[in-house]
Each structure stands twice: as structure tokens, then as C-alpha cells.
Design a protein around this ligand. Structure first.
Ligand SMILES: Nc1nc2c(ncn2[C@@H]2O[C@H](COP(=O)(O)OP(=O)(O)OP(=O)(O)O)[C@@H](O)[C@H]2O)c(=O)[nH]1
Ligand SMILES: [Mg+2]
Length: 474
């Protein structure tokens, strides 16, 4: 565990904890057993003695890049009653970037080293200040882009995953204690006497785990799916591409434009990620008056609905695949439609490449097209499909990676499933009157898996992966 610098908890670490750039105040953090000694290198010789208590102290910083004394507020937390569990000092100073840099450099030349991303929180975790689900939730809080993501992350930070799992762990520990007692006194067949209670305990623990898994699935899986929506003119080859990508003849394909009327979805795995593919109706103009007098059997009404579905799906997409038949000129409608898309979430896919060895005729304003990523494909020959899948997987990874809560839930889900099946196995062995030794093995596995959820059991690699995604200074 002592190989990576991240795990050298005896080092005193320093970092700027506030955002980059000019601001009213900036915060520099310092944590470690020499925090106070390092800080003294910046203070006037007659400055306050080492604080005996946590508290807020006003003083001046001296020796900073030959500047006059700078007023600073020190917020002191003595270990172990601090975020990191170690002596921790926060320097609140004027948010002037060169000044902040000079202060940091001074600390670094006087015994501190620059903190790695997430290192303060890693120390909090290693000091037992928070379990792993809460550390991950903290990361998710910092990265939350929307109120609902923030709310979910705050829920996990408040322990809505850790608390029930701690409870289950207690139950399973109880179970293990009873099994071990029966191992200690084999002649008394204690196991026989408590078998029914143990079965009941297994079942209760499994129920709690199943409930947690259901909550994870409800919240997490939607987020872990990356939605890719195919759009383009009628007959552009969207449904053919959809079928080719999902490896089945799921969508109707025909030479008649306007074949697809509502929308179809299919889920597949790419590179271990769940991708939801959506095929939509071709872009068609909608007559305004149809809206006013809807008749469900009327073709225009169906078009209105099909277009409404399409608009809604394109809006919900995390990636839009705009299909352009390579054997036909790009039209003004294509350009208008492409113009209205978010260029960061759009890929152009030239379809029917087998029909058109020549470059497509591109309208005058093709600069816009040239700036977008593109792939040349043929659903008929399979050309370009691999490349397109790779592109989709890359985009999905980038998009899903920024949702740290989904990553955390995915990790917990794995361990909870393992714990669930170990308990299921233990229950089956109890029912079959198998000896306590065998049952104990399963119960221990369940305990280990629950421990892994909470981070009681971890590997250096796992922690490195989680904490390196924090920012420096957190
Ligand atoms: N040669 C060739 N024909 C293709 C290819 N992809 C699609 N087509 C043909 O193009 C026509 C339209 O294909 P669809 O996949 O139904 O097109 P669409 O975009 O879904 O059409 P709508 O649902 O009507 O908007 C069909 O006749 C397909 O067989 C391809 O890669 N090569
Ligand atoms: Mg179609």
C-alpha cells in the first residue's frame, strides 16, 4: 500500500483549494504532521505560538516574494478532529494568483509537497472519516452539473447507501458469530438448534441487499446508458444502419421514403458500456393546420406525431448520428437540420457508401459539415461500422465518465450482487443441513463483499482510480 506517493500519508501536503483565477479570497490548504512547522516558514518570528485549539486566527504572512506583510486568516483544525484526521491549516488570503502561487511555492520549499488530486479526501477516507461510498458521493457533488445529479449525490453523501449496508453487515456478522459458536462446540449440534433463525437472518440480509440493488438500478442504470439517436432525411438509410448496429432486423427497411413512423430503441453493449440506439422517422415538414384538428387515422396526424417523437428523441440524445446518403447531394434541409444540432454531440454518417465511390456533392456551405466528425459507412457491406462503433464508445466513455455517481453505483452494484449470491448460497446450504464450515465460507464472502462496498477492503489501484478523479486541493 505504500508504493504510490498518494499513499504516503506521513508527508505534509499543500494545495490551492479554491478555483483558479482572481477572486476576493483564495484558500491554500496544508495537511500533515508537520503542517504547523511548514506554515511557520511564512509567519513573522513573533507570530502566534502553535495553536493549542482549532480556531480562526488573524495574522500576517511574511517572507512572500519580498512583498510587504500580507493579512491572512488561518483556520486551524488539529488532528484528529479535522477533515483529513491530521493537523490541517487553511490559509485564507487575497485571491491574487501570483500571490497565491508565491505562498504555495514557499510552503513547497519548506517541507510540504504538492497534494495530488483528491489527496485530502483520500486521507479522510484512510483516517476512517468517511466510507468509500461517501468519498465517491463527494466527488459526484463537486462534479454535479444539474440539480437532480446534485440531489442524488447529496443523498449518497448523507449515507443512503452506506447506512443500510452497515446494518446488513451487522446482521451478517451476527450470523457468522452464531456459525462460529457452533464450530467451537461441535458435539452439541448448536447449528441444528439455530438453523431456522440463521435461515431467517440470511433472508433478511438478502432482502436489504436486494432493496439496495433495486434503488441502484432505478437511479443508476438510466445514467449508465448512453443514448444515440439516428436522424436524417427520409430514406437516408437510418433504419438499415440501426439494424446493422444492433445486429438484428429490428426496424423495417424499404425503398419507400417515410417507412419509419414512430421510433424504435435497442440496447447493446459496446466496450462494456450500455448504448441505447434510437431509430426515428425521417425529417419531414409538418403542416401547421394538421395540429389543430387531429384525426388519429389521418396520415398528416401520424406525420405530426412521428416528427414530435423525432424532435423529442433528438433533444434527449447524448449523441446524434446524422445520416447523409453518400450517393445523393446534401440538401438545404439537411444543412438546416444539422445547423440546429449541438456540434459537440453530433456525428455525420455518410450512408450507402457501396453505391457511391465518388465524393458526395456537398452544398456550398459545407464548412459546417467539414467541422463535424464523420464516418463513411455502408449497412450493405458493413464498411465503416467498426469505426462508427468505436466513435460511439469513445463518446459514451467520455460522457459516462463525468458522472462519478454512476461509476460509484456500478462498483457497489457489483459487490452487492456478489454478497447477495453468497448469502443465497449460505441459505441453500443451511436448508440442506450442510456442515457449518461450508456455510461459514459463504458468509465470510458476503461480509468481504459488503466491506468492499464501504471501502473497508480495497486495493491501491481502486483507490488510485477513484481519488485521481478529484481535483487538486480537495
Ligand atoms: N445499397 C445500399 N442500400 C441501402 C443501404 N442502406 C440503406 N439502403 C437502402 O435504402 C433504402 C432506405 O433505407 P432505410 O434504412 O429504410 O432508410 P430510412 O432512413 O430508415 O428511411 P425512412 O424510415 O423512410 O426515413 C432501402 O431500400 C435500403 O435497402 C446501404 O448501405 N447500401
Ligand atoms: Mg426508417
Amino acid at each position: 500500500m505504500q508504493n504510490l506517493p498518494r499513499f504516503q500519508v506521513d508527508d505534509t501536503i499543500a494545495a490551492v483549494s479554491s478555483a483558479v483565477g482572481p477572486a476576493a479570497r483564495a484558500i491554500v490548504r496544508l495537511s500533515g504532521k508537520n503542517a504547523w512547522a511548514v506554515l511557520r516558514s511564512l509567519l513573522p518570528t513573533d507570530a502566534l505560538e502553535e495553536p493549542q485549539h482549532r480556531g480562526v486566527y488573524d495574522t500576517f504572512l511574511m517572507h512572500v516574494a519580498s512583498l510587504p506583510p500580507i493579512p491572512v486568516m488561518l483556520v486551524v483544525f488539529q488532528g484528529p478532529r479535522s477533515y483529513t484526521g491530521q493537523d490541517l491549516v487553511e490559509l485564507h488570503l487575497p485571491g491574487c494568483p501570483p500571490l497565491v502561487q508565491a505562498v504555495l511555492e514557499r510552503l513547497l520549499t519548506h517541507g510540504a509537497r504538492l497534494a495530488l488530486p483528491g489527496e485530502f479526501t483520500l486521507r479522510a477516507f484512510l483516517a476512517g472519516k468517511m466510507d468509500l461510498t461517501r468519498a465517491e458521493a463527494l466527488l459526484a457533488v463537486l462534479h454535479a452539473q444539474r440539480p437532480d445529479s446534485l440531489q442524488e449525490a447529496l443523498g449518497q453523501l448523507a449515507g443512503n447507501l452506506a447506512s443500510p449496508m452497515l446494518r446488513v453487515k451487522e446482521q451478517v456478522l451476527d450470523l457468522l458469530a452464531e456459525l462460529e459458536a457452533s464450530l467451537d462446540f461441535p458435539e452439541e449440534d448448536l447449528l441444528f438448534a439455530v438453523r431456522d433463525t440463521l435461515i431467517e437472518k440470511c433472508r433478511l440480509a438478502r432482502d436489504e441487499i436486494a432493496a439496495a440493488l433495486r434503488r441502484i438500478e432505478e437511479r443508476g442504470l438510466v445514467r449508465q446508458t448512453f443514448r444515440v439517436v439516428l436522424t436524417g432525411r427520409p430514406n437516408a438509410g437510418k433504419s438499415s444502419l440501426f439494424n446493422a448496429l444492433c445486429g438484428a432486423d429490428a426496424a423495417l427497411v424499404s425503398p419507400v421514403p417515410g417507412t419509419t413512423r414512430d421510433y424504435l430503441t435497442a440496447t447493446r453493449r459496446l466496450d462494456g458500456l450500455l448504448i441505447e440506439l434510437v431509430d426515428t422517422a425521417g425529417i419531414e415538414p409538418v403542416r401547421a393546420e394538421t395540429n389543430q384538428n387531429p384525426d388519429p387515422t389521418d396520415a398528416d396526424t401520424i406525420t405530426v406525431q412521428a416528427q414530435a417523437f423525432r424532435v423529442q428523441e433528438v433533444r434527449r440524445a447524448q449523441l446524434v448520428v446524422y445520416c447523409l446518403p453518400r450517393n445523393e447531394p446534401v440538401t438545404g434541409e439537411d444543412l438546416d437540420a444539422i445547423q440546429s444540432l449541438d456540434p459537440l454531440r453530433t456525428v455525420l454518417v455518410w450512408t450507402k457508401a457501396d453505391l457511391a465511390p465518388e465524393q458526395p456533392t456537398v452544398a456550398a456551405s459545407s464548412d459546417m459539415l467539414a467541422r463535424l466528425p464523420s464516418v463513411v459507412t455502408s449497412a450493405m457491406t458493413g464498411q465503416g461500422l467498426n469505426e462508427l462503433e468505436k466513435y460511439i464508445a469513445k463518446q459514451a466513455r467520455a460522457c459516462l465518465d463525468v458522472d462519478p455517481l454512476a461509476v460509484s453505483l456500478g462498483r457497489c452494484q457489483h459487490h452487492l450482487r456478489q454478497a447477495y449470491s453468497a448469502l443465497e448460497q449460505a441459505e441453500a446450504l443451511l436448508l440442506q443441513n450442510e456442515p457449518a464450515e461450508l456455510i461459514t465460507v459463504e458468509v465470510r464472502t458476503a461480509l468481504e463483499e459488503l466491506g468492499a462496498v464501504l471501502g473497508e477492503i480495497y486495493t491501491e489501484d481502486l483507490l488510485d482510480r477513484i481519488f485521481s478523479r478529484f481535483c487538486i486541493g480537495k
